[in-house]
Design a protein around this ligand. Structure first.
Ligand code: ASP
Length: 324
């Protein structure tokens, strides 16, 4: 009897929460990387765009950085499933299960999928002091500096880790990787000359490229970009790296077990945010493309992540670039 009462009380409290949601307290979007970086940029713009469709709710960003993005993801996997703790994560949700063998959560079963947000190209960039200003000269410089090159990334399992490993594999040159808790601090060190090269999303690199603070060599997408600051960059494939293609995408997640009506409210708000002209304009200015297809539906988001796991797993295994 006592147990029944406890269960009834818990069910009642979930119902009450769903009733007041989302205004009982601030919603926090966990970003698994440092503030000021590319994933953080997307999350802050999204938080802004979600406020109105969530009825004026307070939406804040919580940077839980480290371990290539798995600390933040784990934080959300273990958080109360009440709709007040969400995760914005990128392609690592599909590459981590292969790239990092011991992650403390299950991508497929520890989260509710809320819909996807955007697709973001990556760019290969170098410190301003590098004598190479185009990809051809970069290959000459790399050839002359083998064994001495430092490549920054956001930790094992991150997008920059994946892209950097695929690049080293494609050109058959090993570099010393320098891990950070996000590519914001890596960018500071690249500009300062402490590291030589980095792969990073255009949501972090476009203004630095435009301001000529770094050298830019190529984009990782199949096609050249149309964003003014990036339109002159060749693709990696044009530069001779056959089949080299990495596009970073972001999705929104809640802890498994979040009540269905809260999930509906969040998905409805996400769909509205993705149609917000201000949000679209900000993202396009950074080279990102806001999702305007069926991947905004939770089931399609989940299907897409599963397809990406299937796509990346053999590539990572064939390149032998996974880590413990
Ligand atoms: N760009 C980073 C990555 O390589 C993450 C970040 O700092 O947003 O995954």
């Amino acid at each position: 009897m006592k147990r029944l009462l406890v269960v009834a009380a818990a069910a009642f409290s979930l119902l009450a929460q769903a009733d007041t949601y989302p205004t009982a307290k601030a919603i926090s979007i966990v970003v698994p990387f440092t503030a000021g970086g590319p994933t953080d940029r997307v999350a802050r713009d999204l938080a802004e765009a979600l406020r109105k469709p969530l009825g004026g709710a307070t939406v804040v960003v919580d940077n839980a950085a480290g371990a290539g993005g798995s600390i933040g993801a784990n934080k959300v996997a273990k958080a109360a499933p009440d709709g007040y703790t969400l995760l914005l994560h990128h392609i690592a949700m599909s590459t981590m299960p292969t790239l990092v063998r011991n992650i403390p959560f299950k991508v497929e079963s520890d989260f509710e999928y809320l819909g996807m947000v955007n697709d973001v190209p990556m760019t290969l960039i170098g410190k301003p002091a590098l004598p190479a200003t185009n990809y051809k000269d970069l290959t000459t410089w790399i050839g002359a500096n083998k064994g001495k090159i430092n490549l920054g990334n956001a930790g094992i399992g991150s997008a920059s880790h994946l892209c950097g490993l695929l690049f080293q594999n494609a050109i058959q040159v090993d570099m010393t990787t320098v891990p950070y808790k996000g590519t914001a601090p890596a960018m500071t060190d690249l500009i300062g000359g402490q590291i030589d090269l980095m792969c990073d999303q255009t949501t972090n690199t476009s203004s630095q490229i435009e301001g000529k603070k770094v050298n830019a060599y190529a984009v990782t997408t199949n096609k050249r970009l149309t964003t003014p600051a990036l339109k002159d960059l060749p693709t990696m494939q044009e530069s001779g790296l056959k089949g080299f293609e990495v596009t970073i995408w972001h999705g929104l997640y809640a802890p498994k077990g979040t009540p269905a009506d809260i999930l509906v409210k969040l998905n409805t708000a996400l769909k509205a945010a993705l149609k917000d002209p201000e949000f679209i304009k900000k993202q396009e200015g950074l080279g990102a493309v806001v999702v305007a297809d069926k991947r905004v539906e939770p089931a399609e988001h989940k299907k897409f992540v599963a397809a990406e796991i299937a796509k990346w797993s053999p590539v990572i295994k064939a390149a032998g670039v996974y880590a413990d």
